[in-house]
Design a protein around this ligand. Structure first.
Ligand SMILES: *Cc1c(COP(=O)(O)O)cnc(C)c1O
Length: 397
């Protein structure tokens, strides 16, 4: 069958080849250590699971309102007020099938062919593809490692023209772990506001921050800014609930209402049972979240130190999320067994073949000098995996 032009344009994930190879090795009984995970290794909290079971037993298993039940919207509103003193009404909130779906809906209702959308790189893999699916054009804004992977206001200004409709922000960032303090954020947002841009702010890692940092949502910077911002968040990362598929957007009524219309013709409501579980997550005890973030921070500290001990690797110290994004380009041009390492894909293959460790090539995130290592895995695996990488790269000359 002939596929649509849209389907043919879709890029397969550059991470798939490596993941498939790692899986094949594992099924052959090879002891592969996986650093590819894009989700917390922790289980969903008990009170979340209990609430889901209660919802099933009470028959909460029917269609709900398209954008989620009122109780869920109230729980989201409560969280935003409690954590950030942000005020929203129910008409400004929509729940979807994970934040990825939320983002997809946003792009579909906001963008047309001819629109340009600024995506800071390194970026989360789905932004450019979702923008293209909405027929708009992603404009990549490269950030520099030396600047802590942060957008500089002048760089942003230089990427804006009359076609620019929106700016995507994601902090703490997947894959770099970079985040912004209030002053830095204001400087960027001022440029976006001057140009009349919509700000789509993916803050899904807001609770996973280190060194005592307090996350500052874009929308909290002022009433005008809040009006121009669509805040995206969800339960996947904060509450270790990736499989439940609940994400949300908070922002302009008209946009939310358009998203609801689109959702009404595509997925309808996110799973009713998951909505109740999400309410338990948003309103329940948050101590478990703090404990897990401390655990992530310990792993992060270990891994950053060990990677920086490797001669040709530089590893930026992330302030949030659960990834490190080491620069491995010092090994480019070196070889082993007659094969020259030329880019992040080659390095990733080398590490999988020689160290039996699976990492993700930076090219998938728009940065070919790096690889992404997730530390959402046990400390034992981290110690063993980093040891193996340390030994393997010694073979490169
Ligand atoms: C994981 C992730 C998402 C999507 O999460 P959902 O599971 O769809 O809620 C969105 N943005 C970033 C940056 C992510 O890492």
């Amino acid at each position: 069958m002939k596929l649509s032009a849209r389907a043919q344009r879709l890029q397969p994930s550059a991470t798939l080849t490596i993941t498939a190879k790692a899986k094949a090795l594992k099924s052959q009984g090879v002891d592969v250590i996986g650093f590819g995970a894009g989700e917390p290794d922790f289980d969903s909290p008990d009170h979340v699971k209990e609430e889901a079971i209660r919802a099933i037993n009470k028959g909460m298993t029917k269609y709900t309102g398209v954008g989620g039940i009122d109780e869920l919207k109230d729980a989201i509103i409560y969280r935003l007020k409690e954590d950030h003193n942000l005020e929203y009404e129910k008409s400004e909130i929509i729940a979807s099938v994970g934040a990825k779906h939320t983002l997809y809906n946003i792009m579909q209702v906001l963008f047309d062919s001819g629109d340009e959308v600024i995506v800071p790189a390194p970026y989360w893999v789905s932004y450019p593809e979702q923008i293209r699916l909405a027929e708009a054009t992603p404009v990549i804004l490269d950030t520099k490692e030396a600047e802590g992977f942060k957008i500089l206001p002048d760089d942003l200004r230089a990427h804006i023209n009359s076609k620019t409709k929106a700016l995507i922000l994601n902090y703490p960032s997947n894959p770099t772990g970079a985040t912004y303090n209030e002053e830095e954020l204001r400087a960027i947002v001022d440029v976006a506001m001057d140009a009349g841009l919509i700000i789509i702010s993916d803050e899904i890692y807001e609770k996973i921050v280190y060194n005592g940092i307090k996350h500052i949502p874009v929308a909290s910077l002022g009433e005008d800014i809040k009006k121009s911002t669509i805040l995206v968040n969800g339960v996947s990362k904060t509450y270790s609930m990736t499989g439940w598929r609940i994400g949300y957007a908070a922002g302009d009524k008209e946009v939310i209402s358009a998203m609801s219309k689109l959702q009404g013709q595509s997925t309808s409501n996110p799973t009713s049972i998951s909505q109740w579980a999400a309410i338990a997550a948003f309103t329940g005890d948050h101590q478990v979240i703090e404990d897990r973030t401390k655990e992530f921070e310990q792993r992060k500290n270990y891994i950053v130190e060990k990677l920086n001990d490797i001669p040709e690797i530089y590893c930026f110290d992330p302030q949030g999320a659960f990834y490190v994004f080491p620069n491995v380009s010092g090994y480019y041009g070196k070889e082993y067994n007659g094969k020259v390492i030329k880019d992040s894909l080659d390095f990733t293959e080398f590490v999988l073949d020689e160290a039996k460790v699976a990492v993700v090539p930076g090219v998938a995130f728009g940065s070919d000098d790096h690889v992404r290592i997730s530390y959402a895995t046990s400390m034992d695996d981290i110690v063993e995996g980093i040891n193996r990488i340390t030994e393997a790269v010694k073979k490169l000359s």
